[in-house]
Design a protein around this ligand. Sequence first.
Ligand code: ADP
Length: 402
Amino acid sequence: MKVLVINCGSSSLKYQVLDMDGEILMAKGLVERIGLDGSVIRHEKVGQDKFVNETPMKDHKEAIKQVLDAIVDQEHGVLKSMAEIGAVGHRVVHAGEKYACSVMINDDVIKALEECVELAPLHNPPNLLGINACKELMPDIPMVGVFDTAFHQTMPPESYIYAIPFDYYTKYGIRRYGFHGTSHKYVAQRASEILNVNLDDLKIITCHLGNGASLSAIKRGKCIDTSMGFTPLEGLVMGTRCGDLDPAIVSYIREKENLPFGQVNEILNKKSGVLGISGVSSDFRDLEDAAAEGNERAQLALKVFSHRVRFYIGAYIAEMNGVDAIVFTAGLGENSINMRDIICNDLGNLGIKLDLVKNRIRGKEAIISRDDSPVKVILIPTNEELMIARDTVDIIAGETKK
Ligand code: ADP
């Protein structure tokens, strides 16, 4: 089956076409500046050619129309007609407590996701625009929703309940949800394949370290804790997000700087993290360069970042009473030799012994711990699109069996 995977942002859209009969990536692309001047689609027929088309796209429907045109284009396309698409898999950020796994999208699902808009005001609306546009343009092709929050729905209450009046949970749904679930699930499954050990017999800590960053504790294939919370602001220090904070700081900053509440939220989301500490950049490559040149605040930002990752690793080892594997993934986790080294440094008493030579690798699957390390440290490039396409095929197969 050929699956179209769609990941819609507010003004951008990423897509891939996969032939799931061999899990082969056929085409991928990115649409940018939807609804703005200079809308552009960058399409790649994998391994063959790339083309760029700057053309007005006033909304997501027009963007998806461009994607479909590119996919069936005589020269750059990979399919003869749209009818070859067996299903569309949509990445959706927030499904609240409603869905613990991927589902076939129907009107009830769309309604449930609309109800989650309050929980993810930046992400769910563009995800829904993508779903509705596909529904209009391809009414006969089944669609599956794959949710960032779903994998974390197995957390026990002690991991997801905040210590605030319980009514706020029952009335407003305030609890830990967790994000990046598709990535955590994918790399945990790959880790079990690489180690040739059943997921049911493994305790894994997955470190998704990108611009947004989160850790998950995965015991017997189920997520039992994760560092992001009610929103993707909690947990680790990130590129521009503050991560864990004494909540009293919010009202204190607001008072001292005489700021409206929304602005404090904006500062904590967009001007904090390693950018806020360093004043240099949110990009870890810039920070590593600045730190190497002696910039003390860049050095401090990297230290604070790694301190928090180590803090969570320790916590999750305690929660699971041990760990068999630690997985690094996403932009920083896959590429920063230096950061993996700092994070794993001096953890020998916990059974974590990084091999400094094997660690000299970027963006490729590899076991990077020493042969005598009781805990395996593994580098696994994430592949959320493949995970979405796999779930899409599974859900469609389940539906046809019914
Ligand atoms: P997101 O999907 O959350 O935007 P990514 O997973 O693409 O993020 O990760 C982006 C981050 O990865 C960038 O901030 C960059 O700092 C980091 N990164 C990418 N390549 C390298 C590298 N070679 N060395 C250090 N950091 C890197």
